[in-house]
Ligand binder design. Structure first.
Ligand code: GLC
Length: 804
């Protein structure tokens, strides 16, 4: 079953059937102002914190056909009354003759045809602006003239998303709406957005005279409230009641009488939804976007922004589905995930839930560095602000207030209150940023450590390099009985929460990679003594891993507080975990034969047609000793599900051992583009990666969930660009060492790096996976695989010949 198609020319995915199995969304704007729009025009829009400053009410748990946040009604006057329908399909669910939801870069455009009326609506937030624009054009494609009205509607919410759902007296008592009219007759409907810290005014307005309005939901729906959004009684009357609600469920509905539209005739209307603190001050900006020309310019600028962003890395491989992801949807998802972290999606609803995760964002950053490195640096700085002086990090924080907390570890007093991996990820992010940009000065930037009791403990600050060294120090000192890092509350796998004293093999390997990065950086900087010290740390950890963690066919994943292994053939459940294998190779700890054996075991026990499972077999029943992993049935999420974030790590490990065929097979297994033809069992958007797919121990094997905001985006992108295509920034230049399927004859990549454009062509005449025989740069043969830094704004031709 297909619900749409990829339009690569326009960098869009076009949904042609609005009845997708689950809601499919797209993001507009960013955390300053924005949110998401679904395939039927529903929207969740916030300014700043999505938990504490929601503007419109979007309740994902409502049935799919229901009104969510925002919609548009059209009505045609007939002799017997009005025909009312929504060009967005929901909430009226009329039969359509055409439906297209163009999921674009930073915008959604819905084009539909119902009853001979063609509607085109472009929905976006202009760059650096705080308003949602809906640019609407309606055309009469009938043979006869029609009398047409258009009624855009939004439903406001209490600013506090949770309170909206949990307090049914206080919330409605705080709602107040007001209507304003200026000399041109435009109406602005405002809603007083009382907030704890700063008061705001939500407003909804258009650029067309408004005949009447409604601000009260019950009145709009009619029949004393016993009606639905699919059939609002008020739309049977010529006009709305012009009621300014001073309590209740506030909406903003604007009745526009468009008059007679002759056959072929069009009308255009632009609506704006925003929030300001002073409507008089805001007036000028509102006027600006009432002008069609300014809206067109803003839309053009948005397109330009995205084209520039994507143009930094363009690939041309023999695989179309891979090209589609790598040239459009994957870098877009990386940017969206970097911007929104885990703050707002269909599944995650603001800081009350997750906010910005230290480990998540440190990894997200690495996905965008080739496209927008300075955006990455800004986020890295924020992250370093929540690192503690002992080197560990706060698990998550609110980006607007910079208040941080210790995540789920707060809930369990008998468990450690830190995560053993968080602070190590930032080393990878900082080193990647410097390799990308050459901005070594950043290492000297002073950044304070996080401290809640700023009054008592004057803020201590240190430069970025010292922050990174403290990360290393924390883990170095925090080891258990086998000399492996203590697990803390958890490592990357949030859901295995063992009693104090447990050790993590994942963190041991992450520590290994972090050390390797620090050794490379400090060698480049000439700090020989620290390099020596870190090499010893690395060797010690490598020895401990290989001494205690090899289980015969694979590496174990944890030691619990009693020294018992988890992820061992001796266990009944959770015998093997993917991350212990991939990461023992990524860290460089595993000797070659063990690496091969471990990867064979992954292939044998964990790989499925829908991706690689995180572990096997799943636990069956809740066990508080083990933690959250046992709360899921076997095959779901971390309990033996296909947790996509971990798949690219196996791809990377396969490229390290030189198996490009398998790396690419694993890439393909989870490429959402390939799911477009059989969305049925998968259900989710085919244009972005989900966090999880149910594994083969689960009756709904293949069902995806939690799309968009997932570390999968950054890591699959890195696996593909840096490891399969093999193009990696280094301190000295661009390193090119592909590991591709043998059948590929070659590929091309255009990559902007350090202010020059590298036009890379790789040829593989001998059909091998890995090995570079010859590198020619601008017609000259060079030694080694590193293409120099040019910094000359020019194009450079790079020809790579693969061979033994
Ligand atoms: C979620 C979390 C991430 C964690 C992963 C595995 O994706 O956002 O931080 O590493 O689950 O538990």
């Amino acid at each position: 079953m297909e619900y749409g198609y990829f339009d690569n020319e326009n960098k869009e995915y076009v949904i042609t059937d609005p009845r997708t199995p689950v809601t499919w969304i797209n993001y507009i704007g960013n955390l300053k102002f924005g949110g998401f729009v679904d395939q039927t025009g529903g929207a969740l829009i916030c300014k700043g914190d999505p938990a504490l400053n929601r503007i419109i009410k979007y309740i994902p748990q409502l049935p799919n056909g229901d009104f969510k946040g925002e919609t548009l009604y059209l009505r045609v006057k007939e002799t017997t009354g009005y025909k009312v329908f929504s060009p967005f399909y929901t909430p009226t669910l009329d039969k359509y003759d055409l439906y297209q939801c163009h999921v674009g870069l930073g915008y959604t455009k819905i084009i539909s045809k119902f009853y001979g009326i063609r509607t085109e609506v472009t929905i976006f937030v202009p760059l650096d602006e705080e308003r949602e624009i809906r640019d609407i054009t309606i055309t009469n494609n009938n043979k006869d003239s029609v009398m047409l009205d258009i009624i855009p509607v939004v439903e406001y919410t209490h600013f506090d998303a949770l309170k909206q759902l949990t307090n049914a007296d206080w919330v409605p008592q705080t709602m107040q709406s007001k209507a304003y009219k200026n000399q041109d007759g435009y109406n602005i409907l405002t809603q007083y957005a009382f907030m704890k810290k700063n008061n705001g005014i939500n407003y909804f307005t258009s650029n067309h005279p408004v005949a009447s309005f409604e601000t009260d939901r019950k009145r709009f729906l009619g029949n004393n409230g016993y009606s639905s959004w699919s059939k609002p009684y008020s739309l049977m009357q010529e006009n709305l009641t012009n009621y300014e609600a001073f309590r209740g469920d506030n909406i903003a509905a604007l009745m526009h009488h468009l008059g007679e539209l002759k056959p072929g005739e069009s009308r255009r209307i632009i609506t704006q939804l925003g929030q300001c603190s002073d409507l008089i001050v805001e007036q000028q900006a509102i006027e600006k976007y009432r002008d069609e020309k300014n809206v067109e310019k803003a839309f053009g600028d948005l397109k330009k922004f995205w084209n520039t962003f994507l143009d930094n890395i363009i690939v041309d491989t023999p695989d179309d589905a891979m090209n589609t992801m790598l040239n459009i949807h994957n870098p877009r998802q990386c940017y969206i995930t970097k911007n929104w972290s885990r703050d707002l999606s269909l599944y995650q609803l603001g800081f009350g839930g997750r906010g910005i995760g230290f480990r998540d964002s440190s990894q997200d950053v690495m996905g965008i560095l080739g496209h927008a490195p300075e955006d990455g640096r800004e986020l890295i700085e924020k992250l370093l602000h929540v690192q503690k002086r002992d080197g560990s990090a706060m698990h998550q924080f609110n980006i607007t207030t910079m208040e941080a907390n210790a995540g789920d570890s707060r809930e369990k007093e008998d468990r450690p209150d830190y995560y053993s991996d968080d602070h190590l990820w930032i080393i990878l992010a900082v080193c990647s940023y410097i390799k990308e940009t050459g901005n070594f000065d950043f290492l000297m930037k002073e950044i304070p450590f996080y401290d809640k009791d700023k009054e008592e403990n004057p803020l201590e600050s240190a430069n970025v390099l010292e922050h990174l060294k403290r990360s290393i120090e924390f883990t170095r000192k925090d080891t258990g009985d086998h000399g492996l890092p203590l697990l803390g509350f958890a490592d990357w796998n949030d859901t295995v929460n063992l009693p104090t004293g447990a050790e993590s093999i994942f963190t041991a390997n992450l520590f290994g990679l972090a050390l390797k990065e620090m050794i490379e950086l400090l060698s480049y900087l000439g700090d020989a003594s620290t390099v020596q010290e870190y090499k010893m740390c690395y060797k010690l950890m490598q020895d401990n891993l290989n001494k205690y963690c090899w289980d015969g066919e694979w590496y174990v994943r944890y030691f619990d507080h009693n020294g018992e292994a988890l992820g061992s053939r001796k266990n009944q459940h959770g015998k093997i975990y993917a991350n212990a294998q991939s990461w023992s190779i990524i860290s460089g700890f595993a000797p070659f034969e063990r690496a091969i054996k471990a990867l064979n075991s992954v292939n044998k026990y964990l790989s499925t047609e829908h991706g690689i499972k995180l572990s096997y077999p799943g636990y069956n029943g809740y066990n508080p000793e083990k933690g959250g992993i046992t709360s899921y049935p076997p095959g779901a999420k971390e309990n033996g599900g296909i947790f996509l974030h971990s798949n690219p790590w196996v791809m990377i490990a396969e490229t390290i051992v030189g198996n490009g065929d398998l790396a690419f097979q694993y890439y393909n297994q989870i490429n959402p583009v390939k799911k477009n033809m059989k969305v049925g069992e998968y259900e989710c958007e085919p244009y972005c990666y989900p966090q999880n797919i149910l594994g083969d121990e689960h009756p709904e094997f293949g069902l995806g969930r939690n799309t968009w905001l997932s570390g999968t985006a950054s890591w699959v992108y890195q696996a593909a660009i840096k490891f399969i295509l093999g193009i990696q920034p280094t301190y000295k230049g661009l390193n090119i060492n592909p590991c591709i399927p043998k059948t590929w004859k070659g590929f091309k990549v255009t990559r902007t790096f350090r202010n020059a454009i590298y036009e890379i062509e790789v040829n593989n005449p001998d059909n091998i996976c890995k090995g570079v025989k010859q590198v020619i740069v601008d017609g000259v043969l060079i030694d080694g695989e590193i293409i120099p830094i040019f910094n000359d704004r020019k194009k450079h031709e790079v020809k790579i010949l693969m061979g033994q």
